[in-house]
Design a protein around this ligand. Structure first.
Ligand code: TYD
Ligand code: MG
Length: 444
């Protein structure tokens, strides 16, 4: 007797699954996002379901393939991994197609077999874009259409296959329009198994919505080996590439690009974006070096404190974690009497970079206290340290890289934690402090 197939439903926003349909997702509360999950017919029959266990020394580890883009290679952890799948996510218009087409052209120029599959543009439109980028390459193959199965079948033997975008293709095995959760999942699954079978790298582009979620099932992030996020303020030419998931490398590297007329160009010196060389004394402004992956660069932190017209004052944090800001405001109030209880507080990291972790704590505290007292911080100082709940200044890792980067740009005076151990660096003066109060006294 055939068992009755029970239907499954999924929220395209948060990935919730259930057995009944409803107009509103019971998990994330979004309206009209629940859709039926259509099961994909069983995996391609040619795929082996198992590989006999082998001794470690007999297993060849795949060598990486350079993307011919230094920033991208660094974020990936040394290049593409053959047989792996990558999702490049970002808001529409941020430059996803541009960065991948650029890479494809450069790799094809180096003699690699590269295929660019577009479900959004015709081959002539892609060719026009390639021409604009000014990288001459006759070998790049461009495919376009709706059915991913045919396109992937025609791409075997490639080193790299780009799928632009996962939301614009359909897999013939399933009914439904491109972009529905079942189709997105099916297209991704086809692309991933094609990568595994052919030993090529598949990169899928995925648009994300305003809330920063990858449109389509959240499941997509779990299916691929690597998830890259391309972000930036569309009004500014700068773009940041990060790995949010990387099965074959670290996730702390950052690639910085500038979008110009002829494509995306690497910004080798990020400090240029996030720091401006000004000696003027403005209350609420401090400078600190931050480390992202293998690079250190300077950022400028700005704070503004203003009397609030509201019963619940505002806390706005751009580029720093809002809960970190709340914590530091509490420390400043309880330990050092800098009370912002009835004031609006705005914090901004110049240039739109997001500072991760506690590495800008001391500079942020100094900026807040300086804004609160309307007293500028001496701009010849760099402040480097984490701040604890007792108001103590704590050491940070990679201190030498931080100091050297600031020194390169002319800074000679550094406020650091008393507990910080470091090698001798010529030509700099270090002021070791125990807590925020000592730091503020030095720079105020
Ligand atoms: P695109 O790569 O199409 O974005 P996505 O694939 O993420 O949707 O790039 C979008 C914008 O980039 C578009 O507004 C035009 C601009 N652009 C340039 O400024 N210079 C260039 O060389 C190219 C190709 C695009
Ligand atoms: Mg695009």
């Amino acid at each position: 007797m055939g068992k009755k197939e029970s239907k499954k439903y999924e929220c395209i926003e948060c990935g919730y699954t259930g057995t009944t349909w409803s107009g509103r997702c019971p998990k994330c509360g979004a309206w009209g996002t629940i859709e039926e999950v259509l099961a994909l017919p069983s995996e391609d029959s040619q795929m082996k379901s198992f590989i006999l266990p082998l001794p470690l020394h007999e297993i060849k580890s795949p060598s990486r393939l350079s993307s011919q883009d230094e920033e991208l290679d660094r974020v990936l952890g040394g290049g593409w991994v053959p047989g792996s799948s990558v999702l490049l996510a970002g808001e529409p218009g941020i430059g996803k197609s541009t960065i991948l087409l650029q890479t494809c052209l450069r790799m094809a120029q180096k003699g690699k077999n590269v295929v660019y599959l577009s479900g959004e543009e015709s081959p002539s439109q892609v060719a026009l874009r390639a021409k604009r980028l000014g990288i001459a390459s006759q070998n790049l193959k461009i495919g376009s259409g709706y059915n991913i199965d045919d396109l992937l079948a025609g791409s075997s033997g490639s080193d790299l296959v780009v799928v632009d975008s996962v939301q614009s293709f359909t897999s013939g095995d399933l009914p439904g329009l491109p972009g529905t959760p079942s189709q997105v999942r099916a297209v991704a699954q086809k692309a991933i198994s094609s990568a595994k079978q052919n030993g090529c790298t598949v990169v899928m582009i995925g648009h994300i919505n305003k809330e920063g979620l990858i449109a389509g099932p959240k499941l997509l992030e779990h299916m691929v080996d690597t998830v890259l996020l391309f972000s930036g303020d569309r009004l500014s030419p700068y773009r940041v590439l990060r790995a949010v998931k990387n099965r074959f490398g670290a996730t702390d590297e950052m690639g910085v690009y500038e979008m110009l007329d002829k494509g995306l160009f690497a910004v080798n010196d990020p400090t240029r974006l996030y720091w401006r060389n000004k000696d003027e004394k403005v209350p609420g402004v401090t400078v600190t070096p931050v480390v992202e992956g293998s690079r250190a660069f300077l950022v400028e932190i700005q704070a503004l404190v203003a009397t609030s017209p509201f019963p619940y004052p505002k806390r706005t944090a751009i580029g720093v974690d809002p809960s970190r800001l709340q914590l530091l405001l509490a420390v400043l109030e309880r330990r050092f009497g800098v009370s912002t209880i009835s004031q609006d507080v705005y914090v901004n990291v110049v240039g739109g970079v997001a500072v991760r972790g506690p590495q800008a704590d001391l500079a942020l505290c100094a900026a807040l206290a300086s804004a609160h007292h309307s007293r500028p911080v001496d701009p010849s100082y760099c402040l480097i340290g984490e701040v604890g709940l007792a108001g103590e200044v704590r050491p940070l890792p990679r201190i030498t890289s931080r100091i050297k980067e600031a020194k390169r740009l002319g800074y000679k005076r550094f406020i650091i934690s008393k507990g910080q151990e470091l090698e001798k660096i010529e030509g700099v003066s270090l002021y070791k402090v125990e807590n925020i109060k000592e730091a503020l006294e030095e720079v105020g």
